[in-house]
Design a protein around this ligand. Sequence first.
Ligand SMILES: Cc1cc2nc3c(=O)[nH]c(=O)nc-3n(C[C@H](O)[C@H](O)[C@H](O)COP(=O)(O)OP(=O)(O)OC[C@H]3O[C@@H](n4cnc5c(N)ncnc54)[C@H](O)[C@@H]3O)c2cc1C
Length: 410
Amino acid sequence: MTADPTLVVVGAGHVAASVARALRRRGFAGPVVLLGDEPVGPYQRPMLSKERLADGGDAGLWLLDPEWCAAHDVTLRTGSPVERISAGTAEVLLADGTSVPADLVVLATGGRPRRLPGVDGDRVHTIRTLADSDRLRERLAPGRRIGVLGGGFLGTEIAAAAVTRGAEAVLFDLDPVLLARALGSEIGSAVTALHRSRGVDLRLGRPVTGVHARPDGVDVLTGAGTETVDDLVVCIGIEPNTEVAVRSGLVVGNGVEVDAAGRTSIPTVFAAGDVAAHDHPRYGRVRVEHVDVAQQQAAAIAKTVAGTPAAFADPHWFWTDQFELNVQGLGLAAVRPGDEVVPRGDLAALDGTVFWLREGRLVAAASVERGEEISVARELIDLEVAVRAEQLADESVELDGLLELDGAGV
Ligand SMILES: Cc1cc2nc3c(=O)[nH]c(=O)nc-3n(C[C@H](O)[C@H](O)[C@H](O)COP(=O)(O)OP(=O)(O)OC[C@H]3O[C@@H](n4cnc5c(N)ncnc54)[C@H](O)[C@@H]3O)c2cc1C
């Protein structure tokens, strides 16, 4: 019997792949077992509404190479739903009645799409898995009218993929401006104009009051009448998969509650990714659904497990692709009413950044086609550099120069 502890990850997605790699990089010597309920190993979920949906390709899709796993004593078990963690007996119990020894566990069960009660059938879609994406792609074809319910990141990416593949897209959202809640009205308005100019039929600012799925189409009811589409994609957010956590006796609120190091209420069990509500040193308790956050949390847990306790204090970076545009955001969980909003560049022309300032310090930023400005924003936030709105707004001011000034210009 080995003296090294066995670490089991429950859920074989982004967190699992990152934990496995980070543990081996940090010299963790025990066996690592990844238990996933999907029929395949971890893959790039963001591609499901982008590249994979657009063309069905699999370049860059898979996150773990079987040869790497074999060479690094990482066991990946697909089609293996987990029932619960038994920390007392140091094992993980599977739905098929078997168990796996587990001295340490990382719970990473992700989330599942919210559904409309009673609305289902062949014409109604959600996207979370590879199979969901592949099934939807077949429907995004010329001559078909695709409805998208929800104008968040996922809904807008899917509407863009639909028209790019030659289908018609009609997008319904209660908000009058796409993505405004997440990215502010400046970028939201620019993205809304982009979608409209590319032919997405936007039905904004009105509630959907009913949805009736039939074998040959879906009726979407709004105050303005009934719209009939061939298929409807429901993009109204996700719910964290907390069932395993609840059955295992972990503290669960809006997700599995973890401290800044990813520890749950049971000392040998960690949680990360979409299922975890972490205690962020700056933002308080928050559950975030971004790949980079999942990966960074996984890396912090691996560091702690390997002997150097690490807290996750990252400002939550993410991106979305809207047609050919790249949009990125950082720190948006920190934005409060009353923060000063400072635009830079020409957002109407889809080239610029919005900054949020509080008491002379940057708290958040979002950009269109300016990823490099988000990189500088990260440092300005991390280092809590004093900045003025005029400096951020002035295109003649080099943003990285502000890092060196550190308050001199204030
Ligand atoms: C279509 C789509 C597009 C996205 N685009 C972006 C983007 O552009 N940018 C961005 O930052 N983020 C994006 N995201 C979000 C990102 O994919 C998630 O934040 C990330 O996948 C979270 O990783 P995770 O490991 O927590 O969960 P997942 O990657 O979802 O992995 C969880 C795994 O656990 C499995 N599981 C659940 N219950 C059990 C059980 N009981 N037993 C065993 N296995 C179980 C699940 O089936 C799943 O395979 C996107 C998500 C989707 C769905």
